[in-house]
Ligand binder design. Structure first.
Ligand SMILES: Cc1ncc(C[n+]2csc(CCOP(=O)(O)OP(=O)(O)O)c2C)c(N)n1
Ligand SMILES: [Mg+2]
Length: 514
C-alpha cells in the first residue's frame, strides 16, 4: 500500500463516495489509487470551478463532503470562487490538493506557489501533510472538520502519495458536534417569551426539514416569524413546510421589513448585512436596539439547538400545516418574460425537485411562488460569486440521482462554468438547465440606474451588454453533448420543460426573455 491508497481508503471509510477531480502529474498516485481502492466514484470536471462547485452542490444535498481533487496552486486557484460560495453556504467539502515532492519544492519549479495562503482564504481547516505516517489521521481530521459545515483543504506532497506504508486500518477520529448549552437555550427562551415581536433567522442545517419542523413549533409557541438571509445554502420548501421569508436584497426594503422585530434569534446564520455598502446606508440590517441572540456555536448542531428551544418554550409537538394547494399558480401565456418563466417553473416543478437558482435578476419573483408547491429543495448563490449554478446542479444530481434537478440559470453567470454541461452529459445526469437569456448583465444595468445613470456611455454598454454576437446556447449545449432547444413563449417553455422532466439525462432550454 502507498500513501495515495491510504488516503483514498481513509476517505472512503469516513463516508466519502465521490471525487470531483481535475488532476495533474502531482496527483497521479491518487488517480491510480481511485482504481486500486474500490468504491469511490471519480467524476471529471473540465475546469476546477466545476469540481469545487459540484462538491458544493453534493455537500448541500447530503450534508456530507465530496472530495475535490485539485492540481497544485493553479488548479486550486481555479476552484476558489466556487469554494467561496461553499464556505458561505457552510457546505462540508474536502479538498485534496497535490503538492510537488518535498525535495523538489525547494528548487521552486514552475507550478510552485503558496497553496496554503490560497487555501486559508476559503477553508476553515488547512493542513500541509508532511509524512505518510500522519496521512490517515490528517484525512480523517479533515473530514471531521468539514462536517462542522466548512471547507477542509489537505495538501499532500507527491512523494508522500508514493511512499510505501504497511497495510493498516485507516484512522477514524470520531466526530461529534459541540454540546448544546442548556443555559443559553433557557435564556433565549426567556427573552423570546418577553419579546413584543420575535423573529428567527435560519440558514444552513436550520433550513433542513428537521430544522424547519422545530422552527415551526417555535413559531407556533411564540408567534415568531421565520426568515432566511437573502442568499442561503439550501432550504426544504413547499407544502407541509413553513413559509420562510427571505430578507430582501436591496437595503431599504430589508431594513424596513426587519425593523419591527425587537428580538431576532439567529440560527446557523450570520447577522444580516447588506450585500454591498451604499453611501449613507448602514451595513447592518438590524439596528443596535434590536436584540440579536445567537442560539448556538458554529460547531454545535443547529437542529438540536432548535429542538431544545422548542422544548424550552413548551412548543406543541405537532403543528398542523395547511394542506398542499393544488390550484397551482396557473400557466402564463404569450411572449416569455422573466416573471412568466418563474411562474411556469413554479407551476410545473415536480415533487422532490432540486432547484438550483442562479437566475440573478430573472429569478427575483420565483421564491414567493413556491410556498405551496410540492415539497422540494431550493438552493441559492450563498456567497454571491457567480458561476456556481451549473456545477452545483451537477453535484446535486450526483448526490440525488433519483431526483430531477432544475437549474434556473442566468446567461452571464452560466458562461463562467458552462463546461459543467459536459460532465452532466457524460454522467447522464437528470438536470434541466433553464437559461435566462436576457443577453445582458442586467443586474449591473440596474445598479447603473440606481447610481443615477440615465444613458450609458459606450464603455458602460460594452461591459454590461451581451447582445452582439448573441450566445448560441443551443449549439453550445449540443457541443457539450447536451440536447437543447430555444423558446420565446411561455407555452413553448411549459411544453419543453415537461419533455425534459419526463426524459432522463440532461437538457438545456434557452429562454429568450423580453
Ligand atoms: C465571480 C464574480 N465575478 C463577477 C461578479 C459581478 N457580477 C455580479 S452579477 C454579474 C452579471 C450577472 O449577469 P447574468 O448572470 O446574466 O444575470 P442578470 O444580471 O442578467 O440577471 C456580474 C458580472 C460576481 N458577483 N462574481
Ligand atoms: Mg443576463
Amino acid at each position: 500500500m502507498n500513501g495515495a491508497e491510504l488516503l483514498v481508503r481513509t476517505a472512503k471509510e469516513r463516508g466519502i463516495q465521490v471525487c470531483f477531480a481535475n488532476a495533474g502529474t502531482t496527483e497521479i498516485p491518487i488517480v491510480m489509487a481511485l482504481d486500486s481502492v474500490k468504491g469511490m466514484r471519480a467524476v471529471l470536471g473540465l475546469f476546477e470551478g466545476v469540481c469545487t462547485g459540484a462538491a458544493d452542490g453534493y455537500g448541500r444535498m447530503t450534508g456530507r463532503p465530496a472530495m475535490a481533487l485539485l492540481h497544485l496552486g493553479p488548479g486550486f486557484a481555479n476552484g476558489i470562487a466556487n469554494l467561496h460560495d461553499a464556505r458561505r453556504a457552510a457546505t462540508p467539502v474536502l479538498n485534496v490538493i497535490g503538492q510537488h515532492a518535498t525535495w523538489h519544492l525547494r528548487a521552486d519549479p514552475p507550478l510552485a506557489m503558496d497553496i496554503e495562503s490560497l487555501a486559508r482564504a476559503v477553508s476553515g481547516w488547512v493542513r500541509s501533510n508532511r509524512s505518510v505516517e500522519t496521512l490517515s489521521h490528517d484525512v480523517s481530521e479533515a473530514v471531521n472538520e468539514s462536517l462542522f459545515g466548512q471547507v477542509s483543504s489537505l495538501i499532500v506532497p507527491h512523494d508522500v502519495q508514493m511512499a510505501e506504508v504497511e497495510d493498516r486500518k485507516p484512522e477514524d477520529v470520531g466526530f461529534a458536534f459541540d454540546p448544546i448549552d442548556a443555559d443559553a437555550i433557557e435564556k433565549a427562551a426567556k427573552r423570546i417569551r418577553a419579546a413584543r415581536k420575535p423573529a428567527l433567522l435560519l440558514d444552513g442545517r436550520a433550513l433542513s426539514r428537521p430544522g424547519l419542523d422545530a422552527a415551526t413549533r417555535i413559531s407556533a409557541a411564540c408567534r415568531a416569524d421565520l426568515f432566511a438571509p437573502s442568499f442561503f445554502s439550501c432550504t426544504e420548501r413547499g407544502s407541509g413546510l413553513p413559509d420562510v421569508q427571505r430578507i430582501p436584497y436591496f437595503p431599504e426594503e430589508a431594513v424596513s421589513l426587519m425593523a419591527g422585530y425587537d428580538v431576532v434569534v439567529i440560527v446557523a446564520a450570520h447577522e444580516p448585512v447588506t450585500f454591498f455598502g451604499y453611501p449613507g446606508v448602514r451595513s447592518h440590517i438590524l439596528s443596535e436596539s434590536q436584540e440579536k441572540i445567537h442560539l448556538c456555536t458554529k460547531k454545535a448542531d443547529p437542529v438540536e439547538a432548535l429542538i431544545a428551544l422548542a422544548a424550552a418554550l413548551d412548543a406543541p409537538t405537532r403543528v398542523t400545516m395547511s394542506e398542499p394547494h393544488n390550484n397551482r399558480s396557473g400557466l402564463p401565456e404569450g411572449t416569455l418574460t422573466a416573471e412568466k418563466a418563474c411562474l411556469t417553473l413554479a407551476s410545473l416543478q415536480p415533487e422532490y425537485a432540486i432547484i438550483v437558482d442562479e437566475g440573478i435578476t430573472s429569478g427575483f419573483t420565483y421564491y414567493p411562488l413556491t410556498v405551496s408547491s410540492p415539497p422540494h429543495s431550493f438552493m441559492t448563490i450563498a456567497g454571491g460569486s457567480i458561476g456556481y449554478g451549473m456545477p452545483c446542479a451537477t453535484g446535486a444530481a450526483i448526490a440525488c440521482p433519483e431526483r430531477p434537478v432544475i437549474n434556473l440559470q442566468a446567461d452571464g453567470s452560466a458562461l463562467y462554468t458552462a463546461q459543467a454541461l459536459w460532465t452532466q452529459a457524460r454522467e447522464g445526469l437528470h438536470v434541466t438547465t433553464l437559461i435566462c437569456s436576457n443577453r445582458s448583465y442586467k443586474i449591473l444595468q440596474l445598479e447603473l440606474s440606481r447610481a443615477g445613470i440615465a444613458s450609458y456611455g459606450n464603455n458602460a454598454r460594452a461591459l454590461t451588454d451581451l447582445k452582439a454576437p448573441p450566445i448560441d446556447w443551443v449549439s453550445l449545449a449540443r457541443g457539450f453533448g447536451v440536447p437543447a432547444v430555444s423558446v420565446d413563449t411561455a407555452e413553448a417553455l411549459a411544453r419543453e420543460l415537461g419533455i425534459s422532466l419526463a426524459e432522463p439525462g440532461p437538457r438545456l432550454i434557452e429562454m429568450v426573455l423580453t
